[in-house]
Design a protein around this ligand. Structure first.
Ligand code: ZN
Ligand code: ZN
Length: 297
């Protein structure tokens, strides 16, 4: 398996074609309009009004799809931290992609790139290197359209995933259509568009804020941090310093008080046999390389 942890480079040059000679990002603004449109359409509710059902559906779709982002895109497809069957793998891919964050191969390839070059100049989204706005959303429109298949050979063995990756817009479009069919325009604006925009920004806090704010527990060679606030927003992804320190673990909260909703759901799925071989952090890894101990030794 492609293990990003063993392939770190020290400080490679920036991604070719992405930066001007003056160091400015080469944004493709034409590619940004669907992203902007989803945000604007959420305000369509000003004209339609909002029902309680619209809000309940929007909130439910936030949490269900956040699980898809963290439990599927991140902990399964990017890090392969547990195992599942081929059919449930497809279900996980569809669920993750209903968040409208492109294909599972695209997501995993960019995420593995992030781990390989974390907070180096080549990192696809480092707030330390490229600023908060760029790390949060700007990078999405700076020459990052393509899927680097060389990083996801383990996933590209499945033709159904490659097909889904190519037609990544299908799962979110069908979900949006279903919500509109059921609840009408106000349902589309709040239940789908607003929910999707908030879900995007919830997800993106991990790329931007958890490399800036929070506590560094482990001495990693990046700026990753642990944050309860972002762990609550993202169902456990806020324990980002733990994760950068030991990526293979299915759980990212490593203590009883480090709330990690994604892990609790995956644990329940393992009880009914849908997923298995959830990987744990070895005790000697968990107890070593702490910033506090290095500072006092
Ligand atoms: Zn990761
Ligand atoms: Zn990170």
């Amino acid at each position: 398996m492609d293990d990003p942890q063993t392939q770190r480079n020290v400080d490679p040059p920036p991604r070719p074609g992405s930066w001007s000679a003056q160091g400015r990002p080469q944004y493709e603004f034409a590619g940004a309009w669907p992203f902007v449109l989803v945000h604007l359409l959420a305000f369509g509710a000003v004209f339609t009004g909002v029902t309680v059902t619209d809000v309940v559906v929007g909130v439910a779709l936030y949490w269900i799809r956040m699980f898809g982002v963290t439990g599927a895109y991140h902990r399964y497809f990017s890090h392969r931290s547990y195992k599942t069957s081929r059919w449930f793998q497809f279900v996980l891919a569809w669920l993750a992609m209903s968040s409208s964050q492109k294909g599972v191969l695209w997501w995993a390839a960019h995420h593995r790139h992030h781990h390989k070059y974390s907070d180096k100049i080549n990192d696809v989204h480092s707030p330390a290197r490229h600023g908060l706005f760029y790390a949060h959303v700007g990078w999405l429109f700076n020459n990052t359209e393509e899927t680097d298949y060389s990083r996801v050979r383990d996933l590209a063995r499945y033709p159904e995933l490659v097909l889904l990756n190519k037609y990544w817009v299908v799962p979110p479009a069908l979900l949006g259509f279903a919500v509109w069919w059921w609840l009408g325009w106000s349902g589309l604006f709040i239940g789908f568009m607003a929910s999707t925009a908030v879900l995007w920004h919830g997800t993106f806090t991990i790329n931007s804020f958890t490399h800036l704010w929070g506590k560094r527990v482990y001495d990693t060679d990046d700026d990753s941090r642990n944050s309860m606030l972002f762990a609550l927003i993202t169902m456990g992804e806020g324990w980002h310093n733990n994760h950068h320190y030991y990526q293979a673990s299915t759980a990212q909260g490593w203590h009883w008080w480090q709330i990690d909703m994604t892990y609790y759901v995956l644990k329940m799925l393992s009880w009914v046999g849908l997923v298995w071989d959830l990987r744990a952090v070895p005790p000697h890894v968990k107890n070593n390389n702490k910033v506090s101990e290095l500072a006092t030794s």
